[in-house]
Design a protein around this ligand. Structure first.
Ligand code: PNS
Length: 162
């Protein structure tokens, strides 16, 4: 059984993330979306809230599971019996950080490889930070996230949907 982990902060999950989940779920027997719980950044949503929003968005993919994790990604991958880590690459600006992360992970855990999927062009500009920034100033984020996520983000900022 080929198992992969798709890790991230997902604060919140965007349509770009969901596109990566959908495509990588076809490449592996099982895909575990790993929501980082112990980031140095203070998230808008708790890990459980982020897990719930992703679970809602991936109901149609029977081989996708969502879990939160603490500590090192490679430990989470090993615990999940995964042999691959999936990451999305949007632009050249992502490359340096992603290269450093995948090489570090490969030194610590040579049995785990990182697979990069280039993001769908429709979502190449998209990030969780952009979603929060647009929402915070009252912009419409419905083209960036699911309806549930849009409502949750607006709730956090005490904004009523237009
Ligand atoms: O969505 P993000 O914030 O770009 O995801 C980053 C993530 C969660 C993949 C990365 O921060 C991570 O793996 N954190 C866990 C700690 C770890 O293993 N660090 C070593 C990698 S260099």
């Amino acid at each position: 059984m080929r198992i992969a982990v798709y890790p991230g902060s997902f604060d919140p999950v965007t349509l770009g993330h969901i596109d990566i989940i959908s495509r990588s779920s076809r490449l592996f027997d099982k895909l575990i979306v790993g929501v980082l719980n112990n980031s140095s950044k203070i998230p808008l949503f708790s890990a459980q809230e982020r897990v719930n929003m992703i679970e809602d968005a991936v109901r149609e993919y029977p081989n996708v599971e969502v879990q939160s994790f603490d500590g090192l990604l490679v430990d989470f991958a090993r615990m999940s019996h995964a042999t691959a880590v999936v990451r999305g690459l949007r632009a050249v600006t992502d490359f340096e950080y992603e290269l450093q992360m995948s090489q570090t992970n490969h030194i610590i855990a040579p049995d785990i490889d990182t697979i990069f999927l280039t993001t769908n062009l429709n979502y190449a500009y998209l990030s969780s930070s952009v979603v929060k920034e647009v929402a915070r100033y009252g912009g419409d984020i419905s083209k960036f996230v699911t309806t549930l996520v849009r409502d949750k983000v607006l709730d956090k900022y005490n904004i009523t949907a237009k």
